[in-house]
Design a protein around this ligand. Structure first.
Ligand SMILES: *[C@@H]1O[C@H](CO)[C@@H](O)[C@H](O)[C@H]1NC(C)=O
Ligand SMILES: *[C@@H]1O[C@H](CO)[C@@H](O)[C@H](O)[C@H]1NC(C)=O
Ligand SMILES: *[C@@H]1O[C@H](CO)[C@@H](O)[C@H](O)[C@H]1NC(C)=O
Ligand SMILES: *[C@@H]1O[C@H](CO)[C@@H](O)[C@H](O)[C@H]1NC(C)=O
Length: 503
């Protein structure tokens, strides 16, 4: 749903709100969300290899002073980000093929990466991919900087940037509930990831998450209105979905009933659009919220009656989405390619199938764990095995089982995009281009550096792909695409997937 007009997808911006709030006392109660952990099962080599590659894209995108850098052509960059405000904002990740650190999609990346780790940490660990995932997640906890206009006038390596990198922030006069709430969601989810091993850090994340949520909810307003220049990149179509999504994550992270009431009662009736499906993306969090709250409906035993009604509506809407995704269901969407890929948007086409498949997989694992045998789609039953089969069809398409016979995950298989729209990958390591490295954008050769693990935008509706560097519509990778495919592959990396407890 992003309508990106310009060549770079970049994203959003900002940053964020430093909020002064009264000390928040954390009250942790039992969430009652406790699926029984099981053995993760045998490793599926093909998905393990793809997962290892996909995780490397986060290393390609890192800003700041690199630690244990494994990417030979990357180095330190943007070390002074945040200096103007006396902050160290040097870390974080470049959003896509350019060098902006947009807050909105970066926070979404962190939320999704956390979700994948929370659902499938045991499987990732069994395949030796958990530590790099956690390390990348932690890299994103810093705030974000960048100015879309200045950044897009250059084509250079991040390591050689000298332009000014302005910081855009939100405050009570210029609110941005989407960014503040998505950041709250990310920090709440990440607090669960780090809860056991780094408890002080985890508590700090959660405290900031609660403050940001309060800021987002109290000073309601769209960041696209406050900061109109973002509309060209990551325009938001509304913030009410982010408020529900953040509250859902905060409920998981704190066990505080007030967050459950927030999503299931009044705000649910106003904002959740129950009964109507939508596509999950960096802009629209409703489908993710439906699946995440289904977790509570599947596993929690202590929910109040009034809230239970709201939770069931979220779950019913999640089921309606499953019914649209599976090709043999009576309500199957027609929005798919002949090759079988869910296809919604020409820009970054892989976002929707990968995001949808991730949600479907998580949902089917909740079914398995709770011994729920089927979802009924207008009378036709779909089992967890049917759902997993659909999920695998989408992943296998991405990895090369498609009419082009090419992998859209860079580095996987023998044929994959060679002219990925990515500045750092397109310019030789020692070139001194200054701001004007456009000959490398126009070069017809393969990128001199491989953007390993990049998941590119993907095919047209007719299943074709044009591997030319200026084709940013199809050839530009993003960090949130990576987070989604990482979650998806993590759920498939072993033969068994039982939903894990978040705590
Ligand atoms: C509030 O944010 C706006 C937009 O980023 C900025 O122009 C303004 O200076 C900020 N106000 C304060 C008091 O920081
Ligand atoms: C951004 O989204 C808002 C809300 O949907 C819409 O009114 C506006 O026209 C959009 N701007 C652009 C540039 O697409
Ligand atoms: C596939 O679709 C794209 C975008 O609509 C179009 O430019 C291209 O010519 C089509 N290719 C074929 C082989 O039909
Ligand atoms: C990319 O460059 C080619 C060759 O210069 C040109 O024909 C094509 O229109 C450009 N495509 C885009 C999307 O800018």
């Amino acid at each position: 749903m992003g309508r990106r007009k310009c060549c770079c997808i970049c994203c959003t911006l900002i940053v964020v709100a430093v909020v002064a709030a009264a000390a928040v006392i954390l009250v942790r109660r039992s969430r009652g969300v406790a699926p029984v952990p099981g053995s993760p099962g045998a490793i599926v080599e093909k998905y393990s290899e793809a997962l290892g590659l996909a995780l490397q894209f986060f290393d390609v995108q890192k800003s700041g002073k690199l630690v244990n850098n494994q990417i030979s052509w990357r180095g330190d960059s943007a070390l002074k980000d945040g200096d103007e405000e006396g902050l160290d904002l040097s870390k974080g990740m470049y959003d896509a093929g350019d060098h902006i650190k947009f807050g909105f999609p970066m926070a979404f990346t962190a939320t999704i990466l956390s979700w994948g780790i929370l659902e499938y940490g045991d499987q990732m660990s069994a395949a030796n991919h958990l530590e790099p995932a956690k390390e990348s997640l932690k890299w994103i906890t810093d705030y974000l900087v960048g100015d879309p206009e200045i950044d897009h006038k250059c084509w250079e390596r991040p390591e050689t940037m000298t332009e000014k990198r302005p910081l855009t922030q939100l405050n009570t006069s210029y609110p941005g509930s989407e960014v503040a709430a998505e950041t709250a969601a990310a920090l709440a989810a990440a607090s669960l990831v780090f809860k056991t091993e780094e408890s002080t850090y985890s508590e700090m994340l959660l405290e900031h998450a609660e403050q940001l949520f309060t800021f987002a909810d109290t000073h309601r307003g769209s960041y696209s209105v406050s900061i109109p220049k973002v509309q060209k990149y990551y325009n938001s179509t509304g913030y009410t979905d982010e408020l529900l999504w953040a509250a859902a994550w905060l409920y998981h992270a704190t066990g505080d009933e007030s967050y459950l009431s927030y999503v299931a009662l009044e705000n649910g009736y106003k904002f959740a659009n129950w009964g109507h499906t939508s596509w999950f993306s960096w802009d629209n969090k409703l489908a993710g919220t439906q699946v995440l709250l289904s977790r509570v409906n599947f596993f929690a035993s202590n929910v109040q009656k009034a809230e239970l009604v709201g939770l069931q509506r979220y779950r019913k809407t999640a089921e309606a989405l499953i019914c649209e995704l599976l090709p043999d269901s009576p309500s199957a969407t027609l929005s798919r390619t002949q090759g079988g890929l869910i296809w919604i948007s020409e820009w970054n086409a892989l976002l929707h199938p990968v995001a949808s498949a991730f949600l479907a997989l998580v949902y089917s694992d909740y079914m398995l764990t709770s011994q729920t045998p089927e979802v009924s789609c207008s009378g036709q039953s779909l089992t967890p095995a049917d759902i997993r089969k659909f999920v695998i069809s989408q992943v296998d398409y991405v990895l090369g089982d498609n009419p082009m016979k090419m992998s859209y995950l860079v580095g996987y298989g023998s044929k994959y995009p060679e002219q990925v729209h990515h500045r750092g990958a397109s310019i030789p390591k020692n070139a001194k281009t200054g701001c004007k490295g456009f000959q490398w954008l126009e070069s017809t050769e393969a990128n001199p550096n491989v953007a390993v693990g990049a998941l590119v935008g993907g095919p047209f509706l007719n299943d074709t792909y044009i591997d030319v560097r200026n084709n940013s519509m199809q050839g530009e990778p993003t960090t949130y695409n990576s987070a989604l495919i990482v979650g998806l592959l993590s759920g498939l990396v072993t033969t068994s997937s039982v939903a894990e407890s978040f705590s």
